[in-house]
Design a protein. Structure first.
Length: 550
């Protein structure tokens, strides 16, 4: 339950700090006094988005802090799952800086707005007038039935199983698409692979083949220039080798006379030996160069194959062709692996479907049993709220498909008056009837949920007199199990509270501020009397107020 709320620099509130007690608390005030500001501040600390318009003084930051006693609500797992420090007295804090930046904290640990919102779902239910329309929404209707049916754990199991099922089904669809694509391309891929494998390509082949082709295609030119080089080197008597030999012999005779002559002789001797060796290699090369048309044709064909494959696959090297060959091998080999994966996933989906069907059947069975209980409780409470002839009918049909919370389709039907046919709740219920039905629903849910606190924001709209008195009694009864707040304009409801807060505006110079205070017994009598008769309070209004309070 919420035990304290402090607000600084928010809207018309400069600084406000208030403590709350358990039980039934009333909040009253004139229209425009600032009740919505209080709810707005509470909404911020529970994770709603904010902007700079929230700041009263644009130069200072806004701070809203709420204390919650959560000792009895088993929320430790939430704190552990979100890596937060657990405290029985948990503090939620929200700060909006003048820059527009917002910060949120749980027990002084920075958190995201989503984490704040997630925790707030376990702490407080703020019911405003427009939320009465939730009664017309399937999701809320299922929440009502599942609360009475104690289905929360089973629905949680179903939801987890459905998430896995959808994930596996999506993966299966992707695999089947891949399979269809592979099957269509399988023959073509196999043909391409065979073409590459037949070519027996190796890295470096292209350069080697191109070199061979150039040699084989230019045999005469090569032989001619090799022969010319050999003749120039070894021709008698004017070849290079003969001239070098004579130079070497002359220098050899001079070598004994000087170290310089010896050195130049050795260099010349080395040159002669090197050139002689080169000439011998030239001769060997000349002998090996043969005109071989068949080999030339074979090399040319092999090169043409390489070029054709490169053009077909739009690459420029043998290494790229080999990478494509590896990819094709994987595709061809992957068909059987993919089929095996699909078969395994189909078996898993069948098991998941069996599990989901089991959960859905159990959920449906418990819902069927809960419907008469819910209708009986509704009828009993609403008869007290001026709807003695109300009748409900809930159609629950088991569907073949998997929905978000089971396999059921749901319709809430209502007959509000004797002699009228059943119609869809959202179409036949008036605003006042929806308010009463929502109050009855919240009263029923209070018996089944662990929610610490609920705030009713003018749920009494459209009712008065004895019905308002009964609504107050119901909210008071709810407060025995949870903390209940009612923001109201009706004295019959205001008189039921154990604690009464008043929201009012005051003016200090040119500044208007909203304040909140706890009323003592005398102030409370006066407040209720004003709610009965207006600003000019009569003696009879005071007596009536005292009677309501007693």
């Amino acid at each position: 339950m919420i035990t304290a709320l402090s607000i600084n620099n928010f809207a018309l509130i400069e600084k406000l700090s208030i403590d709350f007690s358990k039980g039934f608390s009333i909040i009253t005030g004139e229209t425009g006094a600032g009740k919505s500001i209080l709810l707005g501040a509470l909404g911020l600390v529970l994770g709603k988005r904010a902007d700079l318009s929230s700041l009263k003084n644009k130069e200072e930051k806004c701070i809203i802090e709420a204390h919650f006693d959560i000792a009895n609500y088993q929320l430790q797992p939430f704190f552990e799952a979100n890596d937060l420090d657990y405290e029985d007295d948990t503090i939620l804090r929200r700060e909006i800086l003048p820059s527009g930046k917002s910060r949120a904290f749980i027990n002084d640990t920075p958190v995201t707005l989503q984490e704040l919102q997630d925790l707030s779902e376990y702490l407080i239910d703020v019911h405003s007038q427009h939320q009465t329309q939730e009664l017309s929404e399937d999701q809320f209707q299922f929440q009502i039935i599942d609360a009475v049916a104690s289905n929360q754990e089973m629905v949680s199991h179903y939801t987890s199983a459905l998430k896995r099922y959808k994930k596996d089904k999506s993966e299966l669809e992707q695999l089947n698409k891949m399979l269809q694509s592979i099957v269509k391309e399988q023959d073509y891929n196999a043909f391409l692979l065979e073409e590459l494998q037949t070519a027996s390509l190796q890295i470096g082949d292209q350069l080697e083949l191109e070199s061979q082709f150039e040699q084989l295609n230019n045999v005469e030119f090569i032989k001619e220039n090799l022969g010319k080089a050999i003749v120039l080197a070894d021709d008698e008597p004017f070849g290079v080798l003969n001239s070098l030999q004579e130079m070497r012999n002359s220098l050899q005779k001079l070598a004994p006379f000087s170290e310089s002559y010896q050195t130049i002789y050795e260099r010349m001797d080395s040159t002669y030996i090197e050139i002689k060796d080169a000439v011998q290699e030239l001769q060997a090369l000349a002998d090996s160069v043969l005109h071989d048309p068949e080999q030339l044709e074979a090399v040319q064909q092999k090169l043409q194959t390489v070029y054709a494959l490169q053009k077909k696959h739009q690459v420029a090297s043998v290494s790229e062709l080999l990478e494509i060959q590896k990819g094709l091998e994987k595709k061809v080999d992957s068909l059987s692996e993919l089929e095996a994966a699909i078969n395994a996933l189909e078996e898993q989906l069948q098991k998941s479907a069996t599990t989901l069907d089991g959960y859905a059947t159990e959920i449906h069975s418990k819902r069927v049993k809960a419907i008469p209980v819910l209708i009986e409780k509704w009828t009993e409470i609403l008869s007290q709220l001026g709807m003695p002839n109300v009748r409900f009918k809930i159609d629950l049909n088991l569907n073949s498909g998997y929905l978000s919370n089971g396999k059921d389709e749901l319709q809430f039907l209502l007959s509000a008056n004797k002699g009228t046919d059943f119609g869809l709740l959202k179409k036949v219920a008036s605003g006042g009837e929806l308010s009463r039905i929502m109050l009855a629903t919240k009263a029923i849910l209070a018996d089944y949920s662990q929610l610490p606190t609920i705030i009713f924001d003018e749920i009494d709209t459209g009712v008065s007199g004895e019905i308002a008195h009964k609504m107050g009694e119901i909210m008071k009864a709810m407060s025995t199990n949870m903390q209940v707040f009612a923001i109201t304009h009706l004295p019959q409801i205001a008189a039921k509270g154990a604690t009464h807060f008043k929201v009012f505006k005051s003016t200090l110079g040119e500044n208007t501020i909203t304040e909140l205070k706890v009323l003592n017994e005398k102030e409370r009598v006066l407040e209720i009397a004003q709610m009965l008769s207006g600003t000019d309070v009569s003696e009879s209004a005071l007596n009536h107020a005292k009677a309501l309070l007693n």
